[in-house]
Design a protein. Sequence first.
Length: 185
Amino acid sequence: MRTDIRIAGFGGQGVITCGIVLAKAASLYDHIYAVQTQSYGPEARGGASRTEVVISDEEIDYPKVESPEIFVAMSHEALVKYIGDIQEKSTLIIDPNLVDISAIEDIINTKELIVYTAPVTETAEKTIGKKIVANIVMLGSFVKVTEIISVESAKKAILESVPPKTKDMNIAAFEEGMKIVKKLN
């Protein structure tokens, strides 16, 4: 079964890294097919950024996400810019402190989206002490909600992808992400 995933935010949030870790966890440790692509604006920091991941139990013949079933929005601009092609009854995970959900209520209702909130930036700053791990906090929330990849595989991929001195902090961020996510509707 193929699952199309989009993770979007602004440059500097670690959106691309989040997608890479997700795809790595799926392919290397859960032994399922995965492909990751990325896109970002000309501004390295602050511009629109997104990564898309396709995960499947069969070979992936087309690597692009045309209509995501799961959309993770880490900024309001990204939410508004990239939500238009989301499938009906899809999962939407947002950081409620950076996203104004009321701006897309019509899309949520029309497409019957299942919405989760995860205050990842606040958690990264206040609980972990480093805003830079918000992407790994979001990965924890993503894994908890979707169960597409295993917790063990996600942790292995995180440990392989982050600098050695930050391993404990990133695992703590991931675990916090699994605790803070809540279903909105």
